[in-house]
Design a protein around this ligand. Structure first.
Ligand code: DER
Length: 219
């Protein structure tokens, strides 16, 4: 019910901005799945969507929404996605659903990032949720050793291969005191494809599902 309420709030938020040429950016995860379902009545009122995962793409196609290749779309006006954690500056940890690389790309191409989440995700400091890092398979142990040097406890996400054919390590046991700095530092390590800190490009609006209402928050 919470996810449905947040999804409905997102529909209300984006509706005035839709026209037949609009291409939406759509993220991944269970909250986004509710948002996609809530798009059903709007099919035909916008051009289509760029999806940040195969799972979301399949859901969109099932509703008759055209899934558009990012290379065919310019800047997207709106990106709607969830988060594993979001702080008060609207920096996020994402990647719980293994889609962080395409999510970060589509978010980067979008003018406005609307984050939809339940209140448990809203935290004072990021790091309670293990930080996902997508790595080239051959580099997994090397990157893990570098992560230990940075004070993390890396855990290989066994049996998961991302849409890009890469592997994931989840970084435990360290809070993120400076998300922007850490996002840059982790990106410097050879073998890292993407890390799940979304600080350089955070959210612009947060629709936060509480007990019996949805709060609309700006950073
Ligand atoms: O993996 C992701 O980044 C997802 O957006 C995730 O963070 C949110 O998934 P949820 O809506 O299922 O909690």
């Amino acid at each position: 019910a919470l996810k449905q309420a947040v999804a409905a709030a997102a529909i209300e938020e984006i509706r005035p901005h839709l026209d037949r040429r609009t291409i939406l950016g759509v993220g991944s995860g269970s909250t986004v799945n509710c948002f996609i379902a809530a798009l059903a009545p709007l099919v035909g009122e916008f051009a289509g969507a760029v999806a940040s995962s195969e799972e979301s793409a399949q859901q969109l196609r099932a509703l008759g929404i055209e899934v558009i290749d990012l290379n065919s779309a310019g800047t997207l006006p709106l990106y709607i996605d969830g988060a594993d954690e979001i702080d008060h500056d609207f920096a996020m940890i994402k990647g719980g659903g293994a889609a962080l690389t395409r999510e970060k790309i589509v978010a980067a191409c979008s003018a406005r990032f609307i984050c939809i989440a339940d209140s448990s995700k809203y935290v004072a400091q990021l790091g309670g949720f293990p930080l996902p890092v997508e790595v080239i398979p051959m580099a997994r142990s090397w990157v893990s050793r570098e992560m230990v040097r940075m004070g993390f406890s890396p855990v290989y996400r066994q049996g998961v291969v991302t849409d890009n054919g890469n592997q994931l390590i989840d970084l435990h046991d360290r809070m993120l005191d400076n998300p922007r700095e850490l996002e840059t530092a982790i990106n410097q390590i050879p073998g890292v494809v993407t890390n799940g800190i979304f600080a350089h490009r955070g959210a612009d609006l947060l629709l936060l599902g509480g007990d019996n209402r949805v709060e609309r928050l700006s950073p």
